[in-house]
Design a protein around this ligand. Sequence first.
Ligand SMILES: [Zn+2]
Ligand SMILES: [Zn+2]
Length: 215
Amino acid sequence: MFCPNCGFAVDKNIQYCSNCGKAFKTDNISLIGFSDKINDPAFQKYKKDSNSWSAIFASILAAIAIIAFPIYGMATGELEWPESLYYGIGIGSMFILIALIQILKRSLEKTWDGVIIFKDTYKQRDFRSRFKQYDTVYVMKIKKDNGHTKKHKWRNIPGPYHYYRVNDRVRHHKGFYYYEKYDKSHDSQIICAACNFFNEIELDACKRCKCPLLK
Ligand SMILES: [Zn+2]
Ligand SMILES: [Zn+2]
């Protein structure tokens, strides 16, 4: 971490800055810097559990499709046996394939760092509606250290839009979604890296999923 007073690079567990001598409060010290608590086994378990749930959910949808198509075919006479079964198997395997691709994508991606470079909110006409209705759109862009840009867009529900500020240094942890902030020292809330629930900054573990909060 870096000394909040003089910016000197200091060891994480040190009590005083070795450059300017400023005493660090143990509470504050962990609010600056990326946390190594991401290595806690709770995160591995959370990933494993959410993969299992995706697989179970997809299998249930697949089973429903395989049963429902032949029933629909018989009831309406619109689909012949065994074509109705083939339709069911086709749609059912799509559900399973989509789940497998998502699981694979999550397991192959890497941890990366970046900086929030852009935030904007604007109104946009909702053209699906017959009335003059406007959506509020929230846009946030992150410049990754590898030079690529990642863009987020939320419609009407800002999600974590207000949590991040332009110039915030952030880390994306592989297999998870939103970002850990490098500097959490000005915040009253902290986002859970696993389930994205907002917790009070004083807590050590997420109220919803019990994963450690990264600080
Ligand atoms: Zn210092
Ligand atoms: Zn959580």
